[in-house]
Design a protein around this ligand. Structure first.
Ligand SMILES: Nc1ncnc2c1ncn2[C@@H]1O[C@H](COP(=O)(O)OP(=O)(O)OP(=O)(O)O)[C@@H](O)[C@H]1O
Length: 397
């Protein structure tokens, strides 16, 4: 879909920012360009929408040589999201989002309708945020508007230059998760620039690791982490690649344990009796729709329970939970944050249906699974084997 053939960019002062670059991004693929500051990532990206012209070589989008396409027309086929978002301060969020449809000459109503749809898609209720101005939004919300605006005219290609670089790490991780879900639905061909290897491995179907103006390795995240092509890549990927593997390995349903489950309206005496009979120290508490409510200890009856009590009166809320598919790293961080021996895993934040619990032992197994799967592609000796204990030590340092 996007193809670079022997592309070089030399600036007027003689700086060679990009040197003989050749690579391809397939349709619907998300490729992250990662590397240290000044290695040529932004130059690469800006050549795709002709904000910068190459000195040599050829770039094509969907088979068309872009040097033959009028830059303004070209940019309308390509969504562009940057760190500074660049929203118009005196236009509402809805108007900002409808910028490209407006430029394309869509009827006002149709453009606004599309903008509202897109705001919804990035998790901003248009009836709440549509009439606000950019300064009335948080940094993370403004980034979402940037993504919505870039998608408004449904371009096949999306260029994203450090789009989540300016927000704090927690918001950043949330935006990354949301963007991955969105990408599953819209399947754009994406070039994504970042200097953060962790972001690169989390988001990319493939990663291009840049040296100085050249690509040192272009491969799947697992291969880049498990089998760096050069000492430079190994150094850039870093010694803590076991931790990064935690970032790219999702929690799967098969990783979960099934502890005893009770419901809010169950009689307390019966529930605790059952736990005692099963030798369990606690049970997960669900509401009437099988959504996670919390947990209850086996000795709840000892804590001054009345005869007619239900589980509801003694259940404790559960803060340590995650949706399935979240990275193991987040599970590990959640366990540490809540000082929890296990965390609950639910279907999706929106439905809340309880699926099971993840324990440290199961987390360890999941990590092994990821390493073993990877070892099929790369020599075993190359794979860093991390245990939960060693990861915990690294994290504690
Ligand atoms: N207009 C310009 N004139 C001269 N040199 C430039 C120009 N723009 C960029 N460069 C140089 O080209 C090289 C690549 O810059 P580029 O912005 O592509 O890097 P980058 O990898 O995106 O860096 P960062 O992560 O800091 O944004 C750098 O050495 C930079 O100083």
């Amino acid at each position: 879909m996007i193809r670079f053939e022997h592309v070089t960019k030399r600036y007027a002062d003689g700086t060679t920012a990009v040197d003989g670059l050749s690579f391809e991004v397939a349709e619907g693929e998300l490729v992250t360009l990662v590397g240290p500051s000044g290695c040529g990532k932004t130059t690469t990206m800006k050549m795709v929408n002709r904000l910068i012209e190459p000195t040599e070589g050829r770039i094509s989008v969907d088979g068309d040589d872009i040097s033959a396409i009028d830059p303004v027309r070209l940019r309308r086929r390509i969504g562009y999201v940057i760190q500074q978002v660049g929203l118009f301060p005196h236009r509402t969020i809805l108007e900002n989002t409808a910028t490209v449809p407006h430029l394309l000459g869509w009827k006002r109503g149709k453009g606004r309708e599309r903008a509202a749809e897109l705001l919804d898609l990035v998790g901003l209720d248009p009836s709440v945020y549509g009439d606000r101005y950019p300064e009335q939004l948080s940094g993370g919300q403004r980034q979402r508007v940037g993504v919505a605006r870039a998608l408004a005219a449904d371009p096949p290609v999306l260029l994203m230059d450090e789009p989540f670089g300016a927000v704090d790490p927690v918001v950043r991780e949330r935006l990354q998760n949301e963007f991955l879900k969105l990408q599953e639905r819209v399947r754009k061909t994406v070039l994504f620039v970042t200097h953060d290897i962790e972001e690169a491995v989390r988001l990319g179907d493939r990663i291009a690791v840049y040296g100085q103006g050249t690509i040192e390795q272009f491969d799947s995240p697992a291969t880049v982490l498990g089998s760096p092509a050069t000492p430079y890549v190994a150094d850039f990927v870093g010694a803590d690649r076991g931790l990064k593997r935690l970032s790219v390995t999702p929690i799967e349903e098969g990783d979960l344990d099934q502890p005893p489950v009770v419901h809010l309206d169950d009689p307390l005496a019966r529930a605790t009796e059952r736990l005692r009979a099963e030798g369990a120290r606690w049970a997960v508490v669900l509401d009437g729709r099988d959504n996670l409510h919390g947990w209850i200890p086996a000795d709840a009856t000892a804590a001054g329970a009345g005869a007619g009590d239900t589980v509801r009166a003694h259940a404790r809320r559960m803060e340590a939970w995650l949706p399935v598919g979240a990275p193991l790293k987040q599970a590990f961080a959640t366990m540490l944050q809540h000082d929890a021996g296990w965390i609950a895993v639910i279907d999706e934040e929106s439905t809340g249906r309880f699926l099971g619990v993840l324990t440290p032992a199961r987390l360890h197994e999941a990590l092994r699974r990821s390493i073993d799967a990877d070892a099929q592609d790369v020599p075993r000796a190359e794979v860093a084997v991390e245990t939960v204990e060693s990861v915990a030590k690294t994290a504690a340092r």
